[in-house]
Design a protein around this ligand. Structure first.
Ligand SMILES: Nc1ncnc2c1ncn2[C@@H]1O[C@H](COP(=O)(O)OP(=O)(O)OP(=O)(O)O)[C@@H](O)[C@H]1O
Ligand SMILES: [Mg+2]
Length: 308
C-alpha cells in the first residue's frame, strides 16, 4: 500500500495520529489556532529566493506548535514534496490531477501524510509543467485550485501553497485560492527586481478574481548579519509604505544547515535542532501565529468545536 492511500484514509483524523515526532527540538509553546483556515500562498517569481525552504520549515514549525497544516506543492520541480520526505516517483495522484480533472479526482485522493504529526502534503508532479497548455482554452482555468480545495473539510489551520518561479497560471491559481500572500525576499542586491511586477500581478488578481486577497507577510530570507546589503534590503522594505507593515521582525539568516536538511529531505528542525535555521523558522512560525491572533481577535467566535 502506498503512503498516499494510507493518508487519504486518515485525512479526517489529522492531528489524532499517534505518530512520534522524531528528533524534534524542545517544543515551544503551543500557539492559538486561527478561527478559520488561513490559506497562504508563498510567492515570488524570482527563482531561488527561499520560497520552498520557507514553505517546508514554516509548515513544520507551525505543525510542531499544534497547528494542523497542509502544504500544497504547485511547482513542477516538486521540491517541497520531496523536501518533506515524499518520494515523487511514488505519487500516483498529484495536485495536477485535481486541477485538470475536477470531476474524477477528489482532494482526499491527493493528500498524503508526512512523517511529522499534523503535517500533510498535496504533492506536485512534473506534469504541472504542462498545466498552462492543458487548460489554455478552458473557461475558469484560474479557478482550478480554488475549486479543488473547496471540497476539503475544514480540518486544517494552515494551508501553505508553494509556487513556481513564474507569474503564470499556476501562480494565479495559487493567488486565487489563497486568502493571504506572503512574499519571500532574498536579502540580495537584486531582490527588488521584479517586485513591482509581482505586486501588480497580486493587485490584478485582487481586482479581478479574489477581492479579499491580502498581502500579509514579507519574509526576508538568506539574511547575512555581517553585510551592509542585507541590512539595506530590510531598511528599504520598511520604507515602502504599501508593504512595510507586513515585514516580519524575524529574518531568516543564511544557514547552510537549511540546504543540508533539504538534501536529506527533512525540515531543518528535525535535522539540526540547534542551528540558526531552526531557531529562525520557529521564531517565524510563532510570529505568523501571533500576527493572526492580534489581527483576528474579533473573529474568534467562528471556531467550530467539531473540527477544533
Ligand atoms: N536561509 C538560507 N540560508 C542558506 N541557504 C538557503 C536559505 N534559504 C534557502 N537556501 C538555499 O537556497 C536555494 C534556493 O532555495 P529555495 O529552493 O527554497 O528557493 P525557491 O524560491 O523555492 O526556488 P525556486 O524558485 O527554484 O522554486 C536552496 O539550495 C536552499 O537550500
Ligand atoms: Mg521552490
Amino acid at each position: 500500500m502506498t503512503k498516499k492511500k494510507t493518508a487519504a484514509k486518515s485525512l479526517l483524523r489529522v492531528g489524532a495520529s499517534a505518530k512520534a515526532i522524531l528528533n524534534a527540538p524542545k517544543s515551544r509553546k503551543t500557539m492559538a489556532r486561527p478561527a478559520k483556515t488561513r490559506i497562504i500562498a508563498i510567492c515570488n517569481q524570482k527563482g531561488g529566493c527561499g520560497k520552498t525552504t520557507t514553505v517546508i520549515n514554516l509548515a513544520a514549525g507551525l505543525a510542531s506548535m499544534g497547528q494542523r497544516v497542509l502544504v500544497v506543492d504547485l511547482d513542477a520541480q516538486c521540491n517541497s514534496t520531496v523536501g518533506l520526505g515524499i518520494d515523487a516517483d511514488e505519487v500516483d495522484t498529484s495536485i495536477f490531477d485535481l486541477m485538470v480533472d475536477l470531476k474524477g479526482t477528489s482532494v482526499e485522493d491527493v493528500i498524503v501524510e508526512t512523517d511529522y504529526e499534523n503535517l500533510h502534503v498535496a504533492p506536485a508532479s512534473i506534469e504541472l509543467s504542462e498545466f498552462d497548455s492543458r487548460v489554455a482554452n478552458e473557461i475558469g482555468r484560474e479557478n482550478r485550485l480554488k475549486k479543488g480545495l473547496a471540497k476539503l473539510p475544514p480540518i486544517y489551520d494552515y494551508i501553505l501553497i508553494d509556487t513556481p518561479p513564474s507569474l503564470g497560471l499556476l501562480s494565479v491559481n495559487a493567488l486565487n485560492a489563497a486568502n493571504e500572500v506572503h512574499i519571500a525576499m532574498q536579502a540580495h542586491p537584486f531582490a527588488f527586481d521584479g517586485l513591482n511586477q509581482l505586486l501588480d500581478t497580486i493587485g490584478s488578481v485582487r481586482e479581478e478574481i479574489n477581492t479579499t486577497l491580502d498581502i500579509s507577510g514579507i519574509i526576508v530570507t538568506m539574511f547575512d548579519p555581517r553585510t551592509r546589503i542585507s541590512r539595506e534590503i530590510v531598511d528599504r522594505l520598511l520604507e515602502m509604505s504599501e508593504i512595510s507593515k507586513c515585514v516580519y521582525k524575524t529574518v531568516v539568516r543564511q544557514n547552510v544547515k537549511l540546504t543540508e536538511a533539504s538534501k536529506v529531505r527533512k525540515p531543518v528542525m528535525y535535522y539540526d535542532a540547534a542551528c540558526t535555521g531552526t531557531e529562525d523558522y520557529l521564531d517565524l512560525s510563532e510570529e505568523v501565529c501571533a500576527r493572526v491572533a492580534v489581527a483576528k481577535t474579533s473573529e474568534k467566535t467562528d471556531v467550530t468545536s467539531a473540527t477544533h
